[in-house]
Design a protein around this ligand. Structure first.
Ligand SMILES: Nc1ncnc2c1ncn2[C@@H]1O[C@H](COP(=O)(O)OP(=O)(O)OP(=O)(O)O)[C@@H](O)[C@H]1O
Length: 428
């Protein structure tokens, strides 16, 4: 995606899109900073998500509202966990089986199969690894910011992300409370990309158990909830945290009930990864990259490797035989149907022998990092101005007062305020 400043100069470079190019269908989401609508492009007839920032942009040259056109996803993981879909007539979320009238969602009754949860977590860890290896950390990983469509997960809402090379102390009050790592709670901004892994661990637990792991009511309760499960950490770690905390804190040593106690049906491999992601000390906590190599994801890695060699083999014979699937999507569909396509004979790559062993192709996780080359897209249209080229990203940048102060770009994260998650206890 790219957005253009709606000035005569940029219009000369790329034809810019306006609100007249989209038909609004309905509202599909709302966050602190934006409202998200389902829209239809009048150019290609396709549906998109249009995220419009609540904060209008006012500057000397341009004023207006910033809207971003993104790929339309089905729902977020919070809605998914609740077993809900959006109502066709309003933004209320409904149970999957109800689609015409607004009734309270009864919530998902059955836990998801662990293989499915692993598949989701593999994608989430991969998205984090991708970000971290490109020098960015997200700082607000939570179910509401993970979008899903056809079992493909996309990490959204990069409005809080920060460079991993920036020096602490960072902004203290960051990330949503329930998913906030101990170092964010107990230090004055001395955290790093490992905080994303903690949050992802909390999401992992929540998808497995269908309820949040640490639903703290306030900061102190949040720390207590963590200690209830994990116990108080080693005194040396608390001392280390204390060095970067102006406020005093003391926690009498106690043992936690343990994560396994809360999810007794969980496999040893998944539990082991959960423990590593929810390690109190960020220095000891597993990285996103190492998590991808954990035995918990062994089957998924093997499937990917097989699929990669299959793609390679197909590439080698492509053109020699008609009916060969050209895209990964097609391969994925074939894999899902369980059709084994054996490539022993290059001329006959899709014979039906050994049909049960077709390697499972994982859908690709598309993670889009914010484009630093977009300075401060400003629109003179009151409603919407945007344009896109090529494939659309899953996420969009967040509108923020900083948009009105382009000159402060290098320091824009410093003043960031992340409101706490205030789900009601009955929504857990
Ligand atoms: N591309 C999309 N496709 C479908 N739904 C989306 C899309 N982008 C956002 N949404 C929905 O809109 C909600 C709000 O979007 P988003 O989190 O980006 O807004 P925000 O204002 O940045 O929120 P926050 O309060 O987390 O800062 C999401 O939780 C999701 O349900």
């Amino acid at each position: 995606m790219s957005l253009e400043r709606n000035s005569p100069r940029s219009e000369r470079r790329t034809p810019s899109l306006s609100h007249r190019d989209y038909r609004t269908i309905r509202k599909i989401g709302e966050g602190t900073f934006s409202e998200v609508m389902k829209v239809q492009s009048l150019r290609d007839g396709k549906h998109y998500a249009c995220k419009t920032m609540k904060q209008p942009i006012e500057s000397d040259k341009d004023t207006g509202t910033l809207s971003l056109i993104c790929e339309l996803m089905e729902m977020n993981i919070y809605e998914f966990i609740k077993g809900t879909v959006r109502c066709v007539c309003c933004v209320e979320v409904l149970h999957t089986e109800v689609n015409v009238s607004c009734v309270p969602p009864p919530g998902r009754q059955c836990p998801l199969a662990e293989s499915k949860v692993k598949h989701y977590m593999f994608q989430l860890c991969r998205s984090l690894d991708h970000m971290h290896s490109h020098g960015i950390f997200h700082r607000d990983v939570k179910p509401e910011n993970i979008l899903i469509k056809n079992d493909v997960l996309k990490l959204a809402d990069f409005g809080s992300c920060r460079s991993i090379f920036s020096r602490p102390p960072h902004t203290e009050y960051i990330s949503t409370r329930w998913y906030r790592a101990p170092e964010c709670l107990l230090t004055d901004g001395h955290y790093s990309q490992k905080m994303d892994v903690w949050s992802a661990g909390c999401v992992f637990f929540e998808i497995l158990s269908l309820s949040p792991l640490f639903p703290g009511r306030n900061e102190l309760d949040q720390v207590n909830k963590i200690h209830d499960v994990l116990g108080t950490p080693d005194i040396t770690l608390l001392q280390k945290f204390k060095q970067s905390r102006a406020m005093r804190f003391d926690f009498p040593p106690r043992k936690g009930c343990g994560i396994s106690h809360l999810i007794p049906q969980c496999s040893a491999a998944a539990l082991s990864l959960l423990h590593l992601m929810l390690t109190y000390d960020p220095e000891e906590r597993i990285s996103a990259r190492a998590a991808l190599q954990h035995p918990c994801f062994r089957d998924l890695r093997m499937s990917e490797r097989k699929a990669a060699s299959l793609r390679k083999a197909i590439g080698a014979v492509e053109g020699e035989s008609s009916g060969i699937p050209a895209s990964v999507d097609q391969l994925w569909r074939i894999a899902r149907q369980g059709r084994r396509q054996h490539l022993k004979h290059a001329g006959d790559p899709f014979s039906r022998r050994n049909a049960s062993h077709f390697p499972l192709e994982l859908p690709k996780l598309n993670v889009v990092v914010p484009t630093p080359s977009i300075p401060y897209p400003v629109s003179s249209f009151p409603a919407l101005t945007g344009s896109h080229r090529g494939s659309l990203p899953a996420i969009s940048k967040k509108c923020h007062p900083r948009l009105t102060k382009p000159k402060e770009e290098p320091h824009r994260f410093k003043s960031y305020y992340m409101p706490p998650l205030e789900r009601r206890p009955d929504e857990c």
